[in-house]
Design a protein around this ligand. Structure first.
Ligand code: ATP
Ligand code: MG
Ligand code: MG
Length: 157
């Protein structure tokens, strides 16, 4: 049925439900699961270049490429640790079929669409909402991904 199911993951209860659902589908499909977390690049100072943040006293806007890479790498490593912690108890039973990737992107939806495309994901299972406080029909990442990808998307409450 499916060969690789992508689960966009923000650590929310909705995303956890999505992961549970994906695990069920993966089991009957003999599919792999790709958990993907996008670190919005604004969070790492990329959107505030020159205005906010520094590395060893050097403002982000004045970093050379290598230094800048270091800032991004550190932010991704930190996020990966948090995501892995958040996933404790949820992925041990699928250790042989799951990957956990943390990628950077200014727009999470577009980064997720690109990931699905590049990695041959043939189904996306995600939360209808996420960590956002506002109640509504569909979160902006879900909505944005539906708009940006041709891969079928299944949203889970
Ligand atoms: P909003 O962010 O629009 O205020 P929200 O947080 O309730 O609202 P979304 O962010 O769209 O809703 O979250 C819906 C689903 O999208 C989540 O359950 C998760 O599957 C996925 N998602 C959200 N943010 C990310 C992210 N940074 N990286 C990967 N997946 C994400
Ligand atoms: Mg948001
Ligand atoms: Mg959100």
């Amino acid at each position: 049925l499916y060969s690789k199911i992508m689960v966009p993951y923000d650590g929310s209860e909705h995303a956890k439900h999505a992961l549970e659902y994906a695990k069920g589908l993966a089991a009957i499909s003999d599919a792999k699961i790709a958990i993907v977390h996008v670190v919005p690049s604004g969070v790492m100072g990329v959107d505030q270049i020159g205005t906010e943040g520094s590395l060893d006293g050097v403002p982000f806007g004045m970093l050379n490429y290598e230094q800048y890479e270091g800032v991004v790498r550190a932010a991704l490593d930190q996020a990966k640790e948090k995501v892995t912690e958040n996933l404790a108890g949820l992925v041990e039973d699928i250790a042989d079929i799951v990957t956990i990737d943390v990628v950077a992107g200014t727009a999470p939806a577009e980064a997720l669409a690109r990931y699905a495309d590049k990695n041959g994901c043939d189904l996306i299972v995600m939360g209808r909402r996420g960590l956002g406080a506002i109640r509504g029909m569909l979160g902006s990442v879900s909505f944005g991904l539906l708009r940006s990808t041709d891969v079928p998307v299944l949203t889970v409450k």
